[in-house]
Design a binder for this molecule. Structure first.
Ligand code: ATP
Ligand code: MG
Length: 505
């Protein structure tokens, strides 16, 4: 009998760069047309975040040029904060490095986006990323960087001072991809971005078209988005352990007040009574078991206020409508919002506009445009909680059927958007979010339905009025003939009076 040799098992670890090199599709770099789109999207997202930080109206130039064959050069320039010299190599050439791991709404989340684009460029064209950046205290620096995939460390190919007129960053990449297929998506993405960030202006240059300008529809810079401490209900054991490690000397009561939002001395006292701990006990005397008890009690205690929403930045009714009206022809619109609510201690707001207009297709359900933290989501729509919830609503009840050209614009903003994958394209089904979306959709549906019914009623009344007017005219003519008078009495006033009465009833 043939005996198979045992397969030798070897163990090794891989760097985050190696992981994403092997699993590019998880971050939206799975195929050649999506890769170009994702690269543009990640660069634009970073530019917009940076303009938020600088509290400046974003002015962003996007160039997507073919360099022959399938080699594409992508360059995005902004007027944001610039990147401090000491951080440039890591920010652009080390996976999972970034400045956005704080508790506030940002477009960027993972410290992955631009580095994925750099990695993709590097493996498809063997070209470095070029970063030209200037902060308020520098003249400007230019770097050419590669990622060492095995160690996840930046390789500085070159660096030198280079003047830049004003603060901001320009990032240039060369990558292989299908520009023809990506182009439509890029246009759509920029157009929709001017709805969720109507303060932004984009200048798009491609090699086969004239430069196109998109936006700016609003000149009001949104208020700064503030960072806040985590909400106590967001404190799982790991977070609590970490916070405790940095605050060992504190008394338990002060530790809770200092580490979490919405916890004052009184609330902290009530909570510690609820969980049975002495408020004066030192944090560094807590065992792992104690921390575990505190962590689960933090999630059960119902005496905490809802999470703070100063760390959120919804678009708001005025800006949302300005953006939609600037991009689409609309004939009616309804805005509504829900929240601030929370999921696992993370605050969120969901806002939406239901609009009708001839730019939208006629269908049984409104066409959906999804946005998360002011970013339009164009891929993986069927997986998304917003799409699933939209389909669950009975739109016929609200008089939306295939005769009505309607669209729904939904924006979810949160300090933590529960994306399904690192590519940030679809939102997971979280019961608290789903419930608020259902309530929002019903409200918008009811409001549209009311108007539709009113206009149907007035159409019906108009038809009836015209029929009455015709019959009255005949009767009046007949009466005049019978009475032998030449002048036929005017019956229009009579009909109007009759309908005023019937409409008031
Ligand atoms: N145009 C820019 N202006 C200022 N800072 C930037 C710019 N581009 C990148 N950065 C810095 O580089 C970091 C890494 O960017 P990257 O896109 O990889 O991650 P992120 O934006 O933090 O999160 P995400 O993975 O969700 O995009 C950012 O956190 C930011 O600090
Ligand atoms: Mg980013």
């Amino acid at each position: 009998m043939n005996q198979r040799a045992p397969v030798e098992t070897t163990f090794e670890s891989i760097s985050p760069a190696e992981f994403f090199y092997r699993n590019r599709q998880l971050a939206g770099f799975g195929n050649t047309s999506q890769a170009i789109y994702s690269a543009v999207r990640e660069l634009v997202e970073n530019s917009l975040d940076s303009c938020d930080d600088a509290q400046r109206l974003p002015l962003i130039e996007v160039q997507v040029m073919s360099e022959g064959g399938d080699i594409i050069r992508v360059c995005v320039s902004d007027n944001g904060t610039g990147v401090p010299d000491a951080h440039v190599p890591q920010a652009f050439a080390k996976i999972l490095y970034g400045s956005k791991f704080h508790n506030r709404q940002r477009r960027g989340t993972f410290g992955l986006g631009v580095t994925m684009a750099v990695l993709y460029g590097q493996i498809t064209t063997d070209s470095p990323v070029l970063v030209h950046t200037k902060c308020p205290d520098s003249q400007g620096m230019e770097y050419a960087l590669f990622i060492d995939v095995e160690t996840n460390q930046p390789i500085i190919e070159s660096s030198c001072s280079r003047d830049r007129d004003s603060d901001g960053t320009s990032v240039t990449l060369r990558l292989r991809g299908d520009l023809k297929r990506a182009q439509e998506r890029i246009l759509e993405y920029l157009r929709l971005t001017t709805i969720s960030t109507p303060q932004a202006q984009f200048l798009l240059k491609t090699d086969n078209a004239e430069s196109i300008t998109f936006g700016r529809w609003s000149n009001s810079v949104p208020s700064p988005i503030l960072t806040s401490n985590p909400h106590p209900r967001a404190a799982d054991l790991e977070l609590l352990r970490r916070l405790a490690q940095h605050n060992g000397d504190k008394r338990l009561q002060d530790f809770l007040v200092d580490s979490f939002q919405k916890v004052g001395t009184k609330t902290s006292g009530r909570f510690l009574k609820f969980v049975g701990f002495n408020p004066t006990r030192k944090v560094n005397t807590l065992t792992r078991d104690d921390l575990s008890r505190i962590s689960s009690a933090l999630r059960k205690f119902d005496g905490f206020e809802s999470p703070d929403h100063k760390s959120l930045s919804p678009i708001g009714e005025e800006d949302f409508l300005v953006g939609i009206r600037s991009v689409f022809n609309i004939s009616s619109h309804y805005y509504s919002d829900r929240g601030p609510s929370e999921w696992q201690g993370n605050p969120f707001i969901i806002e939406g506009v239901l609009a009708t207009g001839d730019d939208f297709p006629r269908s049984d359900i409104p066409t959906l445009y999804r946005f998360a933290n002011r970013v339009p989501l164009l891929y993986d729509s069927s997986e998304d909680v917003l799409t699933k919830t939209l389909k669950r609503v009975n739109w016929e009840r609200y008089s939306v059927d295939s005769s009505v050209p309607a669209a729904l614009f939904l924006h979810l903003c949160s300090t933590r958007v529960p994306y399904k994958a690192a590519g940030k394209q679809s939102i997971d089904t979280i019961p608290e979010i789903e419930a608020e979306v259902v309530s929002l959709l019903r409200d918008l549906g009811r409001r549209l339905g009311r108007t539709m019914r009113k206009s149907e009623k007035s159409l019906r009344e108009g038809k009836k009025m015209r029929e009455y007017a015709k019959s009255f005219r005949h009767l009046a003519k007949f009466g005049a003939e019978l009475a032998g008078v030449d002048e036929v009495p005017d019956t229009n006033r009579l009909v109007k009076q009759l309908f005023e009465v019937s409409l008031d009833e």
